[in-house]
Design a protein around this ligand. Structure first.
Ligand code: HEM
Length: 508
């Protein structure tokens, strides 16, 4: 895809900016993998809850009617007997803050499961966005351990999975976590609860926070303590499922590579199981050169300052490297002095983990400490690109000649400042156009879901008419999450990027 694309930019960032500079908060709950936030029970982990939540949310799917699937309906399904325990509520509570208008709660639940798998030693799982959040419960459909093999096979077939895929999905799922005595006292009894720890949570395998094939090898070797294999016959659903093809599938999982490949494919299908009619995006791949938070600020002296970062994916620190941002003027012409050396410090590095390896990215800032690229408002900017030199000539990074587009019609003004929760915004609007409406788009989370509020900015009297821009002043104290400015000119819209991370000076 081509930058800017607010939805794909956001999905890409949530997917790949996992740790370090400009990291998103999503993965914090699974770093380290034994982390269990918001609860006291030892022997549990967010990683296990996140994976189980994605499965239970999806498990309502009916391939024939096209209903149910991964749609966040788990929020309304916690009174269903198959959804006992607080793992689902905790998962929603931990993850909902990461959703916004471009990435739904159900996208975040899908990505939470993928992040847990990848971060805790598992394979890379393809991620798409575009899930739509349900507003009510789906028809019940999550399997329970006391059901027989025929029922389980039918349930998985209804969800769209064959018998072999059922074996795979259960084995891949049960490499994390375990069964709690408190919730299943007949499965993990007073006698068996002490096996892994004293809290009464008996794990499915000996490495309950590591994604590996021990779930299969320990089962095959007869050393397993999996409560759904060695528990009471009636609830030994893993045993019935694992052995249902004469252990053929489980035997293939002795090979870790086969196990990883199977799990990666099945998890991708699991999280992509959505109600009919929901259109998912392409698989989100990392952008090799990605601008982040690029925006303009109108200075009181009539010039324009350019802010932002750029991420160079899959590279390392290189003292030889120098990087520049270059731009075309607002009419699309090349201009003199329209290149600027980017700043970089050693903390501007980030990492992404999958397939047990780390990918490093290095970031550069448009500013070097306090020095920014400053443009003359007359010539201004329409597109920019990067020129990178690693000691063997300049490499141009311009999205295959498309360059990166940037509007200069509406922007923040330098007069903007913060006083506690209150932001006093100066909003600069280019003269010579006939604006029809100026407003802010501000996000909040209401009843677990992201919503966008529109806040009108009156344009009666500009507070300043310096240079080529009129500046309108507006105050608001509700801009806690993502927000941006939009200017409508007839049916054309000019929008800034999310300005949540802009650093405002104190008003004093
Ligand atoms: C017949 C199918 C299945 C049955 C009967 C079943 C049953 C169970 C039960 C009884 C627990 C214990 C929950 C608790 O005590 O909190 C559990 C945990 C878990 N299940 Fe399944 N499950 C099935 C399939 C799956 C699938 C397909 C996945 C994922 C792909 C999955 C992922 C998990 C995870 C990660 C846990 C651990 C949760 C934790 O430790 O907090 N399960 N399952």
């Amino acid at each position: 895809y081509k930058w800017p694309n607010p939805q794909l930019d956001e999905l890409e960032s949530q997917r790949y900016d996992r740790m370090g500079y400009n990291a998103r908060a999503l993965s914090e709950g699974v770093i380290p993998c034994d982390q269990f936030l918001l609860g006291e029970t030892v022997g549990r982990a967010n990683a296990a809850d996140w994976l189980r939540t994605a499965y239970h949310d999806m498990a309502t799917h009916n391939v024939t009617s096209g209903t149910g699937g991964l749609d966040g309906s788990i929020r309304f399904e916690q009174d269903q007997p198959a959804n006992v325990g607080n793992g689902f509520a905790l998962t929603v509570l931990l993850l909902r803050g990461e959703a916004n208008r471009y990435i739904s709660l159900s996208d975040i639940l899908a990505l939470g499961a993928i992040t847990a798998v990848e971060q805790c030693g598992g394979p890379k799982v393809n991620f798409r966005g575009g899930r739509v959040d349900a507003t009510k419960a789906d028809a019940p459909g999550v399997p329970e351990p006391q059901q027989d093999l025929k029922t389980h096979t039918e349930i998985f077939a209804r969800q769209g999975f064959t018998q072999a895929e059922m074996i795979g999905l259960v084995a891949c799922g049960h490499t994390f976590g375990g069964v709690q005595h408190q919730l299943f006292p007949n499965i993990v009894t007073n006698d068996t609860r002490g096996v892994n720890n004293t809290s009464g949570n008996v794990h499915f395998d000996s490495t309950f926070i590591t994604f590996d094939n021990n779930i299969a090898t320990e089962y095959l070797d007869g050393t397993t303590h999996n409560p759904l294999v060695v528990g009471p016959d009636e609830t030994n659903s893993d045993k019935r499922i694992f052995s249902s093809d004469g252990n053929r599938t489980m035997n293939s999982f002795r090979n870790q590579r086969v196990f990883f490949k199977t799990c990666a494919d099945l998890f991708a299908r699991m999280v992509d199981t959505v109600p009919r009619g929901v259109q998912l995006t392409q698989v989100i791949e990392p952008m090799p050169v990605k601008p982040q938070g690029v925006h303009l600020v109108y200075m009181n002296d009539g010039r324009i300052r350019m802010h932002g970062d750029v991420r160079l994916w899959n590279t390392h620190e290189d003292p030889e490297r120098s990087a520049e941002v270059c731009w075309l003027d607002r009419l699309g012409h090349e201009c003199d002095g329209c290149c600027w050396q980017l700043g970089h410090t050693s903390d501007q590095v980030s990492t992404f983990v999958a397939d047990r390896k780390e990918t490093t990215s290095v970031w550069y800032s448009f500013n070097q400490t306090t020095r920014y690229p400053i443009l003359d408002a007359n010539s201004s900017v329409s597109k920019f690109w990067f020129e990178i030199d690693e000691g063997h000539g300049k490499r141009v990074e311009d999205q295959e000649g498309h360059r990166y587009a940037l509007q200069d019609v509406v922007m923040l003004a330098d007069s903007s400042c913060r006083e506690d929760l209150n932001l006093t915004l100066g909003i600069a609007v280019r003269k010579g156009i006939k604006p029809t409406r100026l407003y802010l788009e501000a996000e909040s989370i209401i009843d677990d879901l992201p919503v966008v509020r529109t806040i009108n900015v009156p344009m009666t009297t500009p507070t300043s008419r310096n240079g080529l821009y009129n500046v309108y002043t507006f105050s608001d104290s509700t801009l806690f999450r993502e927000w941006n400015i939009v200017l409508e000119v007839g049916n054309k819209k000019y929008a800034t990027t999310n300005l949540q991370r802009h650093e405002f000076p104190d008003c004093a």
